[in-house]
Ligand binder design. Structure first.
Ligand SMILES: [Zn+2]
Length: 447
């Protein structure tokens, strides 16, 4: 058993404090930095090769083998199997898509789309919640809370009622896409709309959780990121246990990019992969803290000694300007990303790059993914818009193998989609045509 081999560890190399997995901590109590789940790998029985995990598909009666998260459980084994929560997450598709490849100026056969919108609540968040709610069960939590741009609240609400916890979700008023808001209410969570944006919600929920002892499910929860690592395992699985050259991911709170970097670092450490793919993280221009800090202010991981003064100055300036992020991609409308430092570490691990794309680019890319693929929510389309930038710059070659992570389902944000098409906002708008209630007139319109 590897469970005793798991622990929580502060990411600050000058602190490095360790804590038992049975403790509920949002940040390092010694220095205030983020915590990781870590493993003493010598004491974990990890399969000798990645394809061994694939055999578990044959045993779909076993609920943990059926889960696209727990199928890889030795790589995130922080609790006993009896605590592991699953509602069938991670049954996702890696689709090779040549039409979208053409739009992104990639050669046929080189572009893959990872559809995380196929999860039970319609977004990648379910990967993280399967893990985090398992930790909540381990520590005996009865109530949970999160701040959310929408997808998190939907996922928290679904997992909470599935495993018998109460849930309270905090959202910014008027900032949450309709599909996501509807899910939280439908799944029975208490929804509190705060007059403010996501960053305001994030500050409030941390204080509420501390004061009332609620289990916090935001992405600073280290166990959520453990679940999100499995998205990378499934991409490798979808490629026949081969590695892509690039992973492209939207950048909001930076939990995914952080988790992906950690996943690859650990696989390499375990000898399960020979090289680490590069990663591109794509911001929206209206919420481009990461792109600005990395590309303009030269903020870097620097072996864990991150330039805190650069971050402090940047955030002080945001506050002084009363800055609030704005993008149609509400899932990444975040200007103070919780996992910033872990993301810097992932950029270091993956030789990563960061770019920002406009809302117009996002909406056009979204329409292309909808027309030729299975569709996605706006934030997900930032990947294809960003890939176009990186192709134009020559950073990514047309014949490299690229996997874009499409984080959410198209029905998450129907208003944006309807508006784009009806109001003819972009090159790919496909508006409905008004017709009289007359057969001949209707037939004339059919193309
Ligand atoms: Zn610390």
């Amino acid at each position: 058993m590897g469970i005793d081999a798991a622990y929580q560890k502060c990411i600050n190399p000058d602190c490095g404090a360790r804590f038992d997995c049975g403790q509920v901590l949002f940040k390092c109590p010694s220095c205030g930095e983020l915590l990781d789940a870590q493993y003493d790998w010598d004491r974990v029985e990890v399969p000798g090769k990645l394809s061994d995990f694939g055999r578990r598909w044959a045993d779909r009666d076993n609920r943990l083998d059926f889960s696209g998260v727990w199928r890889f459980r030795e790589l995130l084994d922080f609790c006993d199997d009896k605590y592991k929560v699953t509602i069938g997450e991670g049954q996702t598709i890696l689709q090779q898509n040549d039409a979208v490849a053409k739009y992104a100026d990639m050669k046929p056969g080189c572009l893959y789309l990872q559809y995380e919108g196929l999860n039970p609540s319609g977004s990648f968040k379910d990967n993280g919640m399967a893990a985090a709610f398992s930790h909540a069960k381990l520590v005996g939590a009865t109530s949970s809370a999160c701040a959310s741009t929408g997808n998190t609240s939907a996922s928290v609400a679904l997992y909470a009622h599935s495993c018998g916890l109460k849930a309270t979700v905090f959202i910014g008023s008027g900032r949450v896409a309709f599909g996501k808001l509807s899910q939280g209410m439908d799944y029975g969570a208490q929804t509190i709309q705060i007059v403010g944006d996501f960053d305001d919600c994030m500050r409030q929920v941390q204080d509420v959780c501390t004061k009332l002892g609620l289990y916090l499910l935001n992405s600073l929860n280290p166990f959520r990121l453990e679940g999100q690592k499995t998205i990378m395992y499934r991409i490798i699985e979808g490629l026949g246990w081969e590695l892509p050259d690039w992973i492209v991911v939207p950048g909001g709170n930076l939990g995914n990019s952080s988790a992906f970097g950690k996943a690859f670092y650990e696989l390499k450490q375990l000898g399960l992969i020979k090289r680490i793919p590069r990663m591109a993280i794509i911001n929206a221009t209206g919420a481009d803290t990461l792109a600005d800090l990395v590309n303009n202010k030269k903020l870097a991981w620097n072996a864990g000694r991150v330039g805190q003064a650069i971050i402090d100055d940047y955030y002080a300036d945001l506050t002084a300007r009363n800055f609030s992020p704005h993008t149609c991609a509400s899932a990444i409308e975040i200007s103070r990303p919780v996992n910033l430092k872990k993301c810097l570490r992932a950029i270091d691990i993956c030789n990563g790059v960061v770019r920002a794309v406009t809302d117009e680019e996002i909406l056009d890319a979204k329409a292309v993914i909808g027309k030729y693929g299975l569709g996605c929510e706006p934030a997900s389309a930032a990947t294809i818009a960003g890939l176009r930038h990186l192709r134009a710059e020559g950073v990514i070659s047309a014949d490299e193998r690229v996997a874009c992570v499409l984080t959410g389902h198209p029905l998450k944000d129907p208003n944006i989609t309807v508006n784009y098409h009806k109001e003819k906002l972009g090159k790919f708008s496909n508006p409905p045509i008004e017709a009289p209630n007359d057969l001949d007139e209707i037939i004339k319109l059919i193309r």
